[in-house]
Design a protein around this ligand. Structure first.
Ligand code: LLP
Length: 403
């Protein structure tokens, strides 16, 4: 009886929706705090671009992380969610004047500056407001990351950062300009990196750069190594929390910090990806001429990563059991069927996975597209005049099913 009641309640919940496991988020934040916290000079800024849902932001701010913002909107969201203004770093190749003014008035910790042209505008706007802008210069380290071409950023040909050959002259200019306070250098080489050798390569390159600058008499109060730690999209349950110990150890073992120097990190995906799933219903199981399609009510409008980057997220059936969400994969020892799992959008790239094994599906079944906590909800669109979906926490969903 209770189950029937619960099932009816579950049927009432509109799909698609994002489901956020805030307990897993808390465990992840606790690990980050434990691993980074053993180094008093380490500061972790959460990259708000990965997920800016207010519930999630408040929880991350309460854990004491700083914020990494890339727009005026993100600065507003950070402050409203309780991130301390001086813990905010502000990056981006194209900061508009109103965004620079907002950042100055907010009293952010540092601008990550990407060009001399931008430096001039910040200096001018700071002078107009009689304020001082703390400046971290983003240097292009020309380090290749082992990840998708669309999300590498640290190569010489990318639009990001200042060329290393011009670094000394831009630092000197920053030091000599009124209303600018030089706080150090910023780097970021890419995203979804699981191979620690990428972070090692960056650490070694930064060592070279520091030695070069010291020979020029330039001291860096702080270094920001950006973000980029990846998650296991294939096995979200096996690896719900990324290997933060190995990540921070790569820096602590290899990056030669000077006494009193601060090290900043900008982690996005690794903080939030695994705590989120996109929950959807099967609208139709269509038997095509050569393929069987599971047509979902979620599509590239709710999770664009497969269409945009060819990303493959694990797909499982979804139910609530004993009050907890449960996800089930196809098992080799049981019957399973392979489907092309697709969305309803009028685009042939609206495909989550091809020939994907799942337990036999029928209309109305719920499925979860896993690891959707990062770059999911934030990249959703209203294409095809669709509505932006709701987001529920696991705890809220449990409450709703009890009532
Ligand atoms: N810092 C900077 C300067 C960045 O550009 C980024 C991400 C981050 C930090 C955070 O990186 P994370 O720790 O999340 O890897 N939409 C793409 C990812 C774009 C990443 C852009 N920059 C995706 O869904 O894979």
């Amino acid at each position: 009886m209770l189950d029937a009641h619960r099932d009816a309640r579950l049927q009432d919940i509109q799909t698609p929706f994002y489901l956020y496991d805030t307990d897993l988020l808390q465990q992840t934040l606790d690990v980050i705090r434990a691993e980074a916290g053993s180094h008093p000079c380490y500061h972790v800024h959460y990259a708000i671009k990965a997920n800016s849902n207010p519930v999630i932001l408040r929880q991350i701010a309460a854990a004491g992380l700083g914020a990494d913002c890339v727009s005026g909107g993100e600065i507003h969201a950070a402050v409203e969610s309780g991130f301390k203004p001086d813990s905010i770093v502000f990056a981006g190749v194209g900061k508009a004047d109103w965004e620079i003014r907002l950042a100055l008035q907010t009293g952010i910790g540092a601008f990550n500056v990407e060009s001399t042209e931008e430096l001039d505008v910040i200096a001018q706007l700071a002078a107009e407001q009689q304020l001082t802008a703390r400046i971290s210069l983003r240097i292009n380290p020309d380090v290749a990351a082992h990840t998708h071409a669309h999300i590498t950023t640290g190569r010489a040909e990318n639009k990001f950062g200042i060329d290393r050959n011009h670094m000394v002259e831009v630092i000197r200019k920053t030091l000599a300009t009124p209303h600018l306070d030089f706080v150090g250098l910023h780097f970021h080489i890419g995203s979804q990196m699981l191979d620690m050798s990428d972070f090692l390569a960056l650490a070694l390159r930064i060592n070279e750069i520091q030695d070069q600058l010291e020979a020029e008499g330039i001291r860096l109060p702080s270094i920001n190594v950006g973000g980029g730690l990846g998650v296991d999209y294939d096995h979200p349950d096996r690896h719900p929390i990324p290997d933060f110990a190995a990540y921070f150890a790569t820096y602590s073992d290899n990056l030669r910090l000077r006494p009193g120097q601060h090290l900043h990190f900008e982690l996005g995906r690794s903080v939030v990806a695994q705590m989120g799933s996109l929950i959807s219903r099967v609208l139709y199981v269509k038997h095509g001429t050569v393929k069987r399609f599971a047509i979902l009510d979620a599509g590239m409008t709710e999770l664009i990563r497969p269409a945009l980057y060819g990303a493959l997220h694990a797909i499982q059936t979804f139910d609530i059991d004993g009050g907890r969400p449960c996800f089930a994969s196809a098992r080799r020892d049981q019957d399973y069927v392979t489907y092309d799992v697709v969305g309803p959008i009028c685009e042939s790239s609206d495909v989550f996975a091809r020939d994907y094994p799942l337990p036999p599906l029928q209309r109305g079944d719920m499925v979860a597209i896993r690891s959707a906590g990062a770059y999911g909800e934030v990249m959703a669109s209203c294409y095809n005049c669709r509505q932006l979906p709701a987001a529920h926490t696991v705890n809220d969903l449990q409450e709703r099913l009890k009532r």
